[in-house]
Ligand binder design. Structure first.
Ligand SMILES: *Cc1c(COP(=O)(O)O)cnc(C)c1O
Length: 421
């Protein structure tokens, strides 16, 4: 069976059909190959995952669940979904898995729908301290429909303030407590969160979108034994297709499944589910475990090297794939640093640091991640080189100098090619 290629030079059929889109795909491939991808939520999936994503499974409607569909012709996609579910349960030691959520945000909507009613109180990490939009932002459904109370990090060590979390839980009696964030470089004490949930009778929800890949690679402790429900994306460190997933205790299986379909989605994206199955198989290999370990080692090296350049790693460093860097010592704000790095071919994002004196549109920090560069095969020496590129880029507004750095960046990435035949 041959698979339609959709990357690299072998897509003459697309070039003929739609040269405009073909050109964009090639340019984007080139951008991913040549610039440095340090966005902490991005990665390079395998070509096997891309093949599943670009397959005819995209054509199939399959509302419902394997064996209980509302459409005919689901024999083959049923097999794909069952494989994805079984692989997820086995990889994470979970009692139940729902592989249908279209994204991390969709998975989170389903979690709210399964366990809460509009108006209920939910305790979640504060956005300015690293929480996600779906953890109660006023512009998101979560903040509009729920009474979300936020906990944050301590000012002295920038780690989650579990005393505050417990006090807020006792005071507010939340239905559900969410742990997990998008810009928190440290590990979360799931055992402690479980104790607090038990003390107040709350559902323990872990939004593991960022770090689930490190759990899959057995590089950090798993929330699965502790949590009632764990939601996550499949496209960050996990290195799968764009999508979401939910794991839960079997007691909650029916509520989760009903919340996903028909609660908030129609038909699942079967090509993405096949891609999730492929990624989960990859994650179970020893090579992926070595990858997950290297991601953390690399990120620690990158954070340490940035500290040597005079910047400050929030919470003293990182235990994961991402680091939050306080760049106030450079006298350049996050917004300008992001722009200068971009001109130097270094793709990262500005990010608020805890208790940031700047507005969220400006910020005093940057967030860097090591998931993509580690997939490329880079190691500690390259992390040190990247730190020096970042420091030099932040320090100059001269576009010619930034263009020179970009040349050096491209020389580095050329040594670690991706998506080549
Ligand atoms: C990325 C992320 C999400 C959202 O995922 P999407 O697929 O972009 O909807 C949700 N929660 C956390 C903590 C995340 O980091």
């Amino acid at each position: 069976m041959s698979v339609t290629p959709f990357y690299g030079p072998d897509f003459d059929f697309l070039t003929e059909q739609d040269p405009d889109i073909a050109e964009i795909l090639l340019s984007e491939l080139h951008r991913q190959q040549s610039d440095l991808q340090l966005i902490a939520s991005e990665n390079f999936t395998s070509t096997a995952v891309l093949a599943a994503m670009g397959s005819t499974l995209s054509n199939k409607y399959a509302e419902g669940y394997p064996g209980k569909r509302y459409y005919g012709g689901c024999e083959e996609v049923d097999k794909a979904e069952i494989l994805a579910i079984e692989r997820a349960k086995s990889l994470f030691g979970a009692e139940h898995a729902n592989v249908q959520p279209h994204s991390g945000a969709s998975a989170n909507i389903a979690v709210y729908a399964a366990f809460t009613k509009p108006g209920d109180t939910v305790l979640a990490m504060s956005l300015p301290h690293g929480g996600h939009l779906t953890h109660g932002s006023k512009v998101n459904f979560s903040g509009k429909w729920f009474n979300v109370v936020s906990y944050g990090v301590r000012a002295d060590n920038e780690l989650i303030d579990y005393d505050e979390l417990r006090d807020l839980a006792i005071k507010n009696k939340p239905k559900m407590i969410c742990s997990g964030a998008t810009a928190y470089p440290s590990l979360i004490d799931f055992e402690k969160v479980r104790e607090i949930c038990d003390e107040v009778g709350a559902i323990m929800w872990v939004d593991a979108a960022h770090f689930i890949g490190l759990v899959a690679g057995k590089a950090i402790p798993s929330p699965v034994p502790f949590a009632d429900v764990v939601s996550f994306t499949t496209h960050k460190v996990l290195r799968g297709p764009r999508g979401g997933m939910i794991l839960s205790k079997s007691d909650h299986a029916a509520a989760i499944d009903k919340a996903v379909f028909p609660g908030m989605q129609g038909g699942p994206i079967m090509s993405a589910i096949a891609g999730k199955a492929v990624a989960l198989k990859e994650c179970a290999q020893p090579a992926y475990q070595r990858y997950a370990e290297s991601v953390i080692v690399n990120c620690q090296e990158l954070a340490a090297a940035l500290e040597k350049e005079g910047m400050r790693a929030v919470s003293g460093g990182t235990q994961t794939h991402l680091a939050l860097i306080d760049i106030r010592s450079t006298n350049v704000n996050g917004k300008v640093a992001d722009q200068r790095c971009g001109l130097a071919g270094i793709v990262l994002n500005k990010n608020a640091i805890p208790f940031d004196p700047e507005s969220p549109a400006v910020t005093s920090g940057i967030r860097v991640g090591s998931a993509a560069t580690t997939t490329q095969g880079m190691g500690k020496a390259e992390m040190r080189e990247i730190a020096s590129f970042i420091a030099r880029a932040i320090a100059t507004e001269d576009e010619a100098v930034l263009a020179n750095i970009r040349q050096e960046v491209h020389a580095l990435t050329a040594r670690f090619p991706i998506y080549t035949k």
